[in-house]
Write a protein that binds this ligand. Structure first.
Ligand code: MN
Length: 286
């Protein structure tokens, strides 16, 4: 199933080859609205098994909304963590080591040495938002990626069991200011974490290690790869990060960017797409 969040608070199933939505919001209408100290994690993703069971009946009977008539938002509303995987494709490692504008004198450490990093959840944006450059005079690069969304919570998850904890997949932008600062600054500015266009649930993805995807800027292909080329696979990433922290429903793991990163400028339209996950375009503004 392809589950979208739209018009901020509504849940829909994407149908008819991505042209229409069925409103499923009644399946989450009874979620509590805690005023203070809500439980961490995303309550809609936590309820996914129930939604997948109940949605087919609604999809049969409910009216279709044209997708063009709604605003899509990031399919996870309240992740407790957005986790990034640095330099997780060999060909991106090679280009980062070769280009001083990318490495800025930093040693490009391999993912096996430095593990993962966190992006602020306030950086999250969806297909309906614009990507705003934080500086006018610094290089900001696109990083197109495949993201994994955690469904079933867990810690100390073994790679062999990791896929049981996956709710689904989406496309991601890990937008990055190049420079010498820590990644948690450079990759956490507002609108640096794009997720969309919807959540494709894990049952629709036969192999997490065979998801093709590409990124274009104004229609020119800049990045084109496949998750089969990841240095650390999806199960290995889940094992690594869950050794440090409990993964909660809605947690997002951006699995890393392939080669082809390049700067974006105000006015650009950046699109990340996959035949399995849909397409998400954002307008860059300053
Ligand atoms: Mn990245």
């Amino acid at each position: 199933m392809k589950l979208a969040r739209f018009n901020e608070t509504r849940l829909g199933a994407v149908v008819d080859d991505g042209t229409a939505l069925v409103d499923l919001s009644e399946l989450i209408a009874d979620l509590p609205h805690p005023g203070w100290a809500p439980a961490p994690g995303d309550p809609v993703v936590a309820r996914l098994p129930q939604i997948l069971e109940q949605a087919p009946q609604l999809i049969e009977s409910a009216p279709r909304l044209p997708l063009a008539d709604v605003t899509l938002n990031a399919p996870v509303a309240t992740p407790s963590k957005i986790i990034g995987a640095p330099v997780n494709y060999h060909a991106h490692l090679d280009e980062a080591e070769a280009d001083a504008e990318i490495h800025h004198g930093n040693k490009i450490a391999k993912i096996d040495e430095i593990g993962c990093f966190l992006k602020a959840s306030s950086a999250l944006f969806g297909p309906g938002a614009k990507m705003q450059l934080p500086f006018i005079n610094r290089r900001v690069d696109h990083e197109g990626e495949v993201a994994v969304v955690i469904g079933h919570p867990g810690r100390r998850i073994k790679a062999a069991d990791a896929m049981d904890h996956v709710a689904g997949f989406a496309l991601a932008f890990d937008m990055t200011v190049r420079g010498t600062e820590d990644r948690s600054l450079r990759k956490s500015f507002d609108t640096s974490a794009g997720l969309g266009p919807w959540l494709t649930t894990a049952d629709e993805i036969a192999d997490a290690a065979d998801i093709p995807f590409e990124l274009t800027v104004n229609g020119d292909v800049r990045q084109s790869s496949n998750t089969r080329l990841l240095i650390r696979s999806v199960p290995q990433l889940i094992e690594m990060v869950s050794a440090f922290y409990t993964l909660l429903p809605g947690d997002i793991i951006m699995t890393g960017t392939p080669e082809g990163v390049s700067p974006v400028a105000a006015g650009d339209v950046v699109t990340v797409s996959s035949p399995l996950l849909g397409a998400m375009s954002v307008h860059v503004i300053d």
